[in-house]
Design a protein around this ligand. Sequence first.
Ligand SMILES: NC(=O)c1ccc[n+]([C@@H]2O[C@H](COP(=O)([O-])OP(=O)(O)OC[C@H]3O[C@@H](n4cnc5c(N)ncnc54)[C@H](OP(=O)(O)O)[C@@H]3O)[C@@H](O)[C@H]2O)c1
Length: 306
Amino acid sequence: MKILVTGKDGQLGKAFQTELGKFPQAEIRYLGRHDCDLADLDTLESILEVFAPRIILNAAAYTAVDRAEQEEELAFAINADAPALMARYCANHGASFLHYSTDYVFDGSGSDFYLEDHPVNPLGIYGKSKAAGESGVTEAFLGVTNPHARYAIFRTSWVYGEGANFIRTILRLAKDRNELKVIVDQFGVPTSAQWLAALSIQFALQDFPSGIYHAVPQGETTWYGLACAVVQQAQLSGVNLLLERDHIRAIPATEYPLPAPRPMNSRMSTQKLQKALDNLGLVSKFPQWDELVRAYVSELAKNQLI
Ligand SMILES: NC(=O)c1ccc[n+]([C@@H]2O[C@H](COP(=O)([O-])OP(=O)(O)OC[C@H]3O[C@@H](n4cnc5c(N)ncnc54)[C@H](OP(=O)(O)O)[C@@H]3O)[C@@H](O)[C@H]2O)c1
């Protein structure tokens, strides 16, 4: 089984490297920026033709949400053009394509959990480029009759793993500051890259039904709620922080303006994915977000990474 993983040095890419270590029988090729710049579609195409993967796990993306406002062309090249090319390869060669999208394709109005077929309405360039990626991937498979050609787009949110992320930022600041202001009116679900990678591999190895799926753990929180859970767990794990949990101040998003607008509501229903997993005979009960966050922070503490 030949598997191609892009974005090997990103949070999800690194999680794939760990998880795919459990499959020594697979022939895996990992692509980082230096192996293939995904803006270079000719090189990407020739890598696909020569390696001929049966599964592509596309963990690469342009993820600099604020910088994207100034780099629209590059964001679209990586988040829309490159995935569309990979999708066309899979559609034409009877391969499986796993691609990742984001809660930022929604405008975040209301307080309901978004379903997969809710109309997208991204607020910023990053979200627009990811929405274009979703369309490009979906269109590549339209009318394809090869039963081995399939795609899944996993929309996820608030990802943390090996790399820079909100949790690590909070922990860094908590060592130096005795007060912190964190946004309390944006709602979403933190997602462990390791959990998402393990789930993706299980799914990709099956004859899964093509489509868009929401892939986040159970529950919901705010950035403030997440920061509190992180600081509390770090203290429980014996980490010496300057910041006390009670000194995290809840502020509205309007008090922390950023170049790119963010959705206020990033809640996404995962029922469709859970049902699909159930039908495939896979574990369909998702863990609670805070269980995974606590395990992540404990692990960072154990490895003295805080
Ligand atoms: N992070 C989040 O909070 C979040 C939330 C919702 C959805 N998602 C989606 O989840 C997926 C995984 O995200 P992540 O957190 O793992 O992202 P990440 O840590 O930023 O990793 C993205 C990877 O893509 C690579 N990449 C970017 N531009 C490239 C180019 N031109 N050529 C080749 N490689 C390139 C980066 O390479 P370098 O390492 O060299 O920069 C990086 O390794 C993405 O599709 C993302 O949109 C993420």
